[in-house]
Design a protein around this ligand. Structure first.
Ligand code: FES
Length: 102
């Protein structure tokens, strides 16, 4: 059953950046974008590369290893070499606190 889990405060993620967030053996990427906060799986679907050192370009995350790109809001794979989508997770901000539904 899904539940809302506290991640961090909003001021702990710079604008146009992301952080790595690990919870119960899984790793996630939490983004602060021009359209708000978003969450996806943390590891690229191409190889076992975490996205935490990737580049946020508007609403796109670019993998630091081979440059594959994903839509941050939906997790959709946008450009080779990635072809499998990331899972995107619902996120909510209550006051200055970020929660993810996983
Ligand atoms: S590991 Fe991400 S594009 Fe290759």
């Amino acid at each position: 059953m899904a539940e809302w889990i506290y991640v961090c405060r909003t001021d702990e993620i710079d604008r146009d950046d992301l952080i790595r967030w690990d919870y119960q053996g899984r790793s996630y990427a939490i983004y602060n974008t021009e359209k708000g906060f978003f969450a996806t799986d943390g590891h690229c679907t191409h190889e076992d590369q975490h996205l935490e050192d990737g580049m946020v370009i508007g609403m796109v995350i670019e993998c630091p290893l081979h440059g594959g790109r994903f839509d941050i809001a939906t997790g959709r794979a946008l450009s080779p070499p990635v072809c499998l989508d990331l899972i995107a997770y619902p996120i909510v901000v209550r006051e200055d606190r970020i929660f993810v539904e996983i």
